[in-house]
Design a protein around this ligand. Structure first.
Ligand SMILES: Cc1cc2nc3c(=O)[nH]c(=O)nc-3n(C[C@H](O)[C@H](O)[C@H](O)COP(=O)(O)OP(=O)(O)OC[C@H]3O[C@@H](n4cnc5c(N)ncnc54)[C@H](O)[C@@H]3O)c2cc1C
Ligand code: SF4
Ligand code: SF4
Ligand code: SF4
Length: 445
C-alpha cells in the first residue's frame, strides 16, 4: 500500500477533508499539505501503508453507545446524555464568542479546575490562514475564540504535542474528530493520553480558500493589503458579522445573513460527502442556537447569540461540571427542527451524493454512522421524505447541484463566478438554489 492508493481513493475524488493525519503519520515525512490543505507526495514513499490505515476517509467506525448503555440515541444527533442551550455567564467571554461563548468558557474552566494543561484551539494567521495553537491561559483562550470557517490541519500541532507536558482539550470540527478518534484507537498510544477531552463544533460545511479570493475581489481589496479577517466579529450584543480590516485601517463588515449563502458556492468538496452535522463523537458538541419559532412559548424568552450544547460522554459531564454557564434544557426535537436543513443535508442528501459518486465509479468515504432514508419525527405529523416523487425530485436536484459545485472547482467557471458581484450572487442563490425543508414538518401537538 502506497501513497498512490491514497491519491486514487481519497485525493482524486476530492473526498479529503484536509485533516493532516496522513502528513502526521508518514514515518518518512514525504506527505506535505499545500496551501489548500491538499496532501502531496514530496519525496520517496516506502509503501508502509500508514497513511491509508489512519485516514478517516478511508474508513471510520466508532460506537459510543456500546460503551455506555445509558446514552440516548437519535438518528439525527447521535448518542447523547443531555442537551442544553445557553451561554457563558462571564460577559467578557460571552462578548468574544461566536455564539454564547460556551466553548471558551469550558476551556477556561478546564484550565482553572486543573483538568488540563492547555487547549488546542484555532487562531488566524496574518496571511489569513487558520492554524492550531496551544492556549494555556484565559487571555489566550479569549483571544482565539470565534469560528474560522476554513479547516486548520492537525498535523503540526500533533507533532508538537508529543513532547509537551500534561494533558489537553482539543476543539475540532466533526471530520477532525473522526480523525482524532481513529488516531486514538489505531495510532500511537500517547495521542489518547495527551488529548484527554474533545469539544466538537457543529458543522454544515467549511469554505475553500478561493472564497477569500472572491471576498477580496468583491470588496476591492488586494490580498496583500488584508490585515485581519474575523468571520464572527461581534458588532454589538445581538449581531455578529464578517470583518475585514486592511493595512490602511479600512474596516469592511458583511452581516452573517449576507455572506452565509457563500458556503453553498465555495464549500470544500469533501463536505458534500460528510454525514456528521452535530459532531457525534466529541465529548461535548457545541453549535449555534437558532431562535425558537415565533409561535413557541420560548420565543420571547431567549436572548440572541446563544449556543446549543450536546453532552455525550462522562468526560463531557466532567467538563461542564462547575463551569460558569447559564444553561436551559433543550428538547431534541426542537434542536432537530431548528436545524432541519442541515440535518437533512448530512443524513439524507450526503447519502444521495455518495450513491451518485459511487455510480460513477468514484470512491466515497466509508463512515459507519446513522443515515436516513425515510423518517418520521415523533410528535410531528409529516415525514421528511413524503413520497417517491419527492425522492426523485431530490435525486435530480442533487445531480444538478453536484454538477454546479464541481464546475466551481474548474478554473474558467470559477473565474466567471468570481466576477459576479456579491449582491447578485446572493439573489441568484437564495432565489433558485436552496429549497426550504422547514415546510415539510409540522408539530402535531
Ligand atoms: C467551519 C465551521 C462550520 C460551522 N458550522 C456550523 C453550523 O452549520 N451550525 C452551527 O450551529 N454551528 C456551526 N459552527 C460552530 C459555531 O460557529 C460556533 O463555533 C459554535 O457555536 C461555538 O460557539 P461558542 O460561542 O461557544 O464558541 P467560542 O467561544 O467562540 O469558541 C470557538 C472555539 O472554536 C475554535 N475554532 C474556531 N475555528 C475553528 C476551526 N476551523 N476548527 C477547529 N476549531 C475552531 C476556536 O479556537 C475557539 O476555541 C461551525 C464552526 C466552524 C468552525
Ligand atoms: S511512506 Fe507510508 S505513510 Fe508515507 S506516503 Fe508512503 S505509504 Fe503513506
Ligand atoms: S482526509 Fe486527512 S488523512 Fe485522509 S488524505 Fe485527507 S488529509 Fe490525509
Ligand atoms: S462539513 Fe464535514 S467535512 Fe466539511 S468541514 Fe464540516 S465536518 Fe469537515
Amino acid at each position: 500500500m502506497s501513497f498512490l492508493r491514497l491519491k486514487e481513493e481519497i485525493l482524486d475524488p476530492a473526498i479529503c477533508t484536509g485533516c493532516g493525519i496522513c502528513t502526521f503519520a508518514c514515518p518518512v515525512s514525504c506527505i506535505h499539505l499545500n496551501e489548500k490543505n491538499e496532501p502531496m507526495l514530496l519525496g520517496e514513499c516506502n509503501s508502509c501503508g500508514l497513511c491509508i490505515k489512519l485516514c478517516p476517509r478511508v474508513s471510520f467506525d466508532c460506537n459510543f453507545s456500546s460503551t455506555n448503555n445509558n446514552l440516548k440515541v437519535n438518528p439525527f444527533v447521535g448518542c447523547y446524555e443531555n442537551i442544553y442551550f445557553g451561554r457563558a455567564a462571564a460577559q467578557e467571554i460571552r462578548n468574544k464568542g461566536s455564539g454564547g461563548g460556551i466553548v471558551s468558557a469550558v476551556l477556561v474552566s478546564a484550565l482553572q479546575k486543573g483538568l488540563v494543561e492547555g487547549s488546542l484551539v484555532v487562531e488566524m494567521s496574518k496571511t489569513i490562514t487558520p492554524f492550531y495553537v496551544i492556549s494555556r491561559s484565559k487571555e489566550q483562550v479569549i483571544k482565539t475564540a470565534q469560528s474560522k470557517y476554513i479547516v486548520a490541519p492537525l498535523n503540526q500541532i500533533l507533532k508538537n504535542l508529543k513532547s509537551k507536558r500534561g494533558q489537553f482539550v482539543l476543539v475540532a470540527l466533526p471530520c477532525q474528530v473522526h480523525a482524532i478518534r481513529k488516531l486514538q484507537r489505531e495510532g500511537p498510544e500517547w495521542v489518547s493520553k495527551k488529548i484527554k477531552y474533545v469539544i466538537g463544533l457543529f458543522c454544515a460545511s467549511s469554505l475553500r480558500r478561493n472564497f477569500l479570493d472572491y471576498l477580496f475581489w468583491s470588496l476591492g481589496v488586494k490580498k496583500q493589503d488584508a490585515k485581519e479577517l474575523q468571520f464572527r466579529h461581534r458588532r454589538n450584543s445581538t449581531t455578529s458579522s464578517l470583518l475585514l480590516l486592511t493595512r490602511g485601517g479600512t474596516r469592511f463588515f458583511i452581516d452573517r445573513k449576507d455572506y452565509s449563502f457563500l458556503f453553498y458556492l465555495f464549500p470544500r468538496e469533501a463536505c458534500l460527502y460528510c454525514t456528521d452535522h452535530t459532531n457525534e463523537f466529541a465529548d461535548i458538541s457545541v453549535g449555534d442556537m437558532r431562535p425558537f419559532p415565533k409561535d413557541s412559548p420560548n420565543y420571547e424568552a431567549i436572548e440572541p447569540l446563544q449556543s446549543v450544547i450536546i453532552v455525550r460522554t462522562k468526560k463531557g459531564v466532567e467538563l461542564l461540571r462547575n463551569t460558569d454557564l447559564i444553561l436551559f434544557d433543550y428538547d431534541v426535537n426542537d434542536l432537530i427542527a431548528s436545524k432541519l436543513t442541515n440535518m437533512i443535508d448530512k443524513k439524507i442528501c450526503s447519502r444521495t451524493r455518495m450513491q451518485l459518486q459511487a455510480r460513477k465509479g468514484l470512491s466515497v468515504p466509508i463512515i459507519k454512522q446513522n443515515m436516513l432514508e425515510d423518517y418520521t419525527l415523533r410528535g410531528y405529523d409529516k415525514k421528511i421524505c413524503p413520497s417517491n416523487a419527492f425522492k426523485a425530485i431530490r435525486y435530480a436536484y442533487e445531480i444538478a447541484w453536484l454538477e454546479v459545485l464541481h464546475l466551481t472547482t474548474h478554473k474558467t467557471f470559477a473565474a466567471i463566478l468570481s466576477r459576479i458581484p456579491l449582491q447578485i450572487l446572493k439573489a441568484i442563490v437564495s432565489r433558485f438554489l436552496r429549497y426550504k425543508t422547514w415546510g415539510l414538518l409540522k408539530k402535531s401537538d
